[in-house]
Design a protein around this ligand. Structure first.
Ligand code: MTE
Ligand code: HPA
Ligand code: MOS
Length: 768
């Protein structure tokens, strides 16, 4: 089944926030952002702005009728600055005017006097100064202290990944409308309608039943609208509450890039120990997460970094520690993978370091250490592993040895062009790591004309969740999909929603839909049995007809639901689903946090032009663990999109903040993302269809985030190509590997000495 949005998307008819027809009297907002990253506000002059044409009001923190607080996990984030600013772009005032242009013109007339304070942009500096968002956490397995003596090889190093701009096509925005009796309706481009509702209530002081949030769809979220849609929605809601007029604010691209947080940059220390058989037996890692100026989702992101610190490998002795460091950057936030990619990059760097120092191929170590079913993760859960199955399928299907041979002969023949190949296995846990968030609700109405409406807490952001929800209803009732409509996500229809995130949206909301539909189906079958005077167990519904004992009867779907209604049998249902089995005990950092894991393996081949430092990805060949995909075209789209987004993060997307905490890569002229010319020339995707049982909807495993991490292979393929040109190249483990960094590495001096702590390298490639 095609994505149900494809028709209106391609015709430009889909409704986004900016397509909502405006009510008469709608006002427009614009934020005055802090020009400095850290300082004390000495004075704020809004007089001239207030006199500007069309301006209705300039709101500051003094106008907040509730609490000046939008922090979700930690209450450390004011909606509008009071006497201090903590990052460049921090909202200080909100101008509301008759038109968009007038609001933005008035913003320019606001004057602020700020006494500057020292600016921290580096997470290690923040940690050294004790600037932590939450106390550090450590995950442990085995005994790291005693095992180092047993290691034949020990390697240490530093690995760094930069942040990433979400660059959803639709920028952030909201539209608040006053409704009678002081209530408000908020349209928001958010992954978290309830988060927007909560923030709007907090700042206005209204109870939650007075604020209704409605979301049609997003032009992309990628995590950037899990928490950070709250600010604009709360500002609009506040203005509407104060002025009793509709207020809209949609950010321009540059406002969005400058004011919102991004993927967290990380700087990490690793130490890895291997035995004589190249089994990784000890891993010690410390992560310094650059959280930005407020907590936002950083503690949860940090937690997922710890969960994925060993990626898909079994290492019996692990100590992983993470620090969430407060800096003067915009608060960093969720981004596809949610800290997992940052954790995985470090273990891959550690393995690369070991391989390079030992003079062997990285995939030799990777393959030997893949986890298998029953192996324990550092957080206590036992793997149900498809790691080897994916690896071996990729190896044989795509001919890994042959690819490596071809790369080698190409490199022997070519002096100024070099190819590199890398294998990237991925293991990603599915569920919110915060167990309580793994719940969802669905409201299903069957109308007496036979049509069906479904509402859930799921937000459609391009990932195709609405299509999957529709498939569930059509399948349970065995009716034509055209009879089903999935409605907007609305907090009055579905309450207390978890954000659409953690790749768990389809599982959670489809399962709630399944439950609701099954309850209605049970009642319908009873009605059919009565009408036909047969046993209810003999009734089935197939292709819009009622069957009794396998025989088609006179009842069809339409007559059945109409009969049920006339008999006063309820044909609506509200159902609740919460993931079974999962739990996590933070006091011991052990549990079973994930419903299941998603596995996969990608082989990446790159060609580097060694004169210019530019490169092209020839191919990425993937074996992906779908479970049993319920919609292959959507799932393949997710893999392609995730992969390319991951490659962008690893290669060309270079976020630059200067020492003053100002974003320099603040437009698409200075921040490069992959375009159609930079995607791999060939992307092969093969689904590993495992028969194993799992908790996914119809056994169709979650697919939203895991493929992003295939992109990590791009960095290591590039690294290998550079080493083919300059074997001694001193290449820091620092992503993104831009063309500039590639050029520098190609002509870098040989790394000084080997950093082998335990100098007993006597391994030969042949003996492996
Ligand atoms: N795909 C599209 N087209 N647009 C998006 O914003 N977000 C990603 C992923 N795929 C995203 C996307 C992220 S960060 C997540 S968590 C999942 O989709 C969320 O949807 P799911 O839970 O239904 O997989
Ligand atoms: N993943 C994504 N988003 C989240 C999570 C998570 O585990 N926890 C809270 N928000
Ligand atoms: Mo995705 S980062 O969990 O929104």
């Amino acid at each position: 089944m095609n994505n149900i949005d494809s028709y209106t998307h391609t015709r430009g008819e889909s409704i986004y926030l900016d397509d909502i027809p405006l009510l008469q009297g709608t006002l427009f907002g614009a934020v005055f952002p802090s020009p400095f990253a850290h300082g004390v506000i000495k004075s704020l002059d809004i007089c001239e702005a207030e006199q500007m044409p069309g301006v209705v009001k300039v709101l500051t923190y003094k106008d907040i009728t509730g609490e000046n607080q939008i922090g979700g996990i930690v209450p450390d984030e004011p909606l509008l600055a009071e006497d201090e600013v903590d990052f460049c772009g921090m909202p200080v005032a909100f101008v509301v005017a008759e038109t968009d242009e007038e609001a933005r013109a008035a913003v320019k007339k606001i004057k602020v006097e700020i006494e500057k304070l020292p600016v921290i942009t580096d997470p290690r500096e923040a940690a050294a100064k004790g600037e932590l968002i939450v106390p550090p956490r450590t995950f442990k397995l085995g005994n790291i202290e005693t095992v180092w003596q047993q290691c034949k090889y020990i390697f240490e190093g530093i690995a760094e990944t930069n942040g990433q701009e979400h660059l959803y096509i639709e920028t952030q925005g909201a539209y608040a409308v006053p409704v009678e009796n002081n209530a408000i309706k908020v349209y928001s481009s958010t992954q978290g309608p309830t988060a927007v509702q909560r923030a709007s209530c907090r700042v206005t002081g209204l109870p939650m039943h007075m604020v209704e949030v409605d979301v049609t769809r997003l032009g992309g979220g990628f995590g950037g609208k899990e928490d950070q849609a709250n600010t604009w929605a709360a500002l609009c809601a506040l203005a509407t509450h104060v002025l009793r007029r509709p207020v809209k604010y949609a950010l321009s691209r540059m406002e969005d890039m400058a004011m919102t947080g991004k993927r967290h940059p990380y700087s990490s220390d690793f130490k890895i120990g291997l035995d004589k058989d190249l089994k990784m037996i000890a891993y010690d890692v410390t992560f310094y997460q650059n959280a930005g100026a407020a907590a936002d989702l950083s503690p949860a992101v940090m937690e997922r970094t710890l969960f994925h610190s060993t990626n898909t490998y079994f290492i019996p002795n692990v100590k992983a520690t993470a620090y969430s460091c407060r800096t003067n950057l915009p608060p960093n936030t969720a981004f596809r993978g949610f800290g997992g990619p940052q954790g995985m990059f470090v273990i891959e760097a550690a393995i690369a370091k070991a391989a390079e120092e030992l003079g062997i191929d990285k995939d030799v170590i990777q393959k030997r250490n893949l986890n298998k079913t029953g192996d324990e993760f550092p957080y206590g859960q036992k793997a149900e592993s498809e790691a080897k199955a994916c690896w071996e399928e990729a190896e044989s299907r795509y001919g890994l040895d042959k690819i490596k041979d071809e790369v080698e002969s190409y490199n022997a023949l070519h002096k100024l062009n070099k190819k590199g190949v890398a294998v990237m296995p991925v293991c990603f846990g599915i569920s919110f790591t915060n167990t309580a968030m793994n719940q969802a609700r669905a409201l299903v109405h069957v109308y007496f004309d036979g049509s069906v409406s479904v509402s859930t807490g799921a937000v459609e952001m391009g990932q195709g969740v609405n299509t999957k929800i529709l498939q569930v209803a059509a399948e349970v009732f065995s009716i034509n999909p055209s009879r089903v409509k999935v409605h907007t996500t609305n907090t009055s229809r579905i309450a207390n929603t978890s954000p659409s995130a953690a790749s768990a949206t389809a599982d959670l909301n489809c399962k709630a839909t399944l439950k609701a539909c099954l309850s209605i189906l049970e009642r319908l079958k009873k009605v059919a049995a009565e009408e036909l005077a047969v046993d209810v167990a003999s009734i089935t519904l197939k292709d819009e007809w009622v069957y009794a004992d396998g025989e088609r009867t006179k009842l069809n779907w339409k007559t059945l639901v109409n009969t049920a209604h006339l008999k006063r049998v309820g044909i609506s249902e509200h159902a609740n689903y919460s993931t079974p089995v999962i739990y996590f005990d933070k006091t011991i950092e052990k549990g079973h946090p994930f419903a299941y894991h998603v596995f996969g393996t990608a082989i990446t081949v790159v060609t580097v032009d060694c004169l210019r430092g530019i490169y092209e990805f020839e191919a990425v060949k993937i074996v992906h663990d779908f479970g049993r995909s319920m919609n292959t075209s959507i799932d393949i789209g997710q893999i392609e999109g995730g992969l390319v987004q991951g490659i962008g993060w690893m290669t060309m997307e270079e976020l630059i903040y200067d020492k003053e905490g100002r974003l320099r890569s603040n437009a698409l002229s200075t921040y490069k993302i992959p375009d159609i010319y930079s995607v791999p020339k060939q992307i092969d995707i093969h689904g590993l269809e495992s028969q194993n049982d799992n908790l996914a909807i119809f056994k169709s495993k979650a697919v939203g985030e895991p493929p992003l991490m295939y992109g990590i292979g791009a960095y290591f393929a590039l690294r290998n190509a550079i080493k083919a040109f300059n074997p001694g190249a001193d290449i820091p483990f620092s992503a993104p590997m831009t063309a500039e960094k590639t050029l520098l590495a190609l002509y870098s001096k040989t790394a000084k000495g080997l950093n082998v702590v335990n100098k007993k390298v006597e391994i030969s490639v042949q003996s492996l």
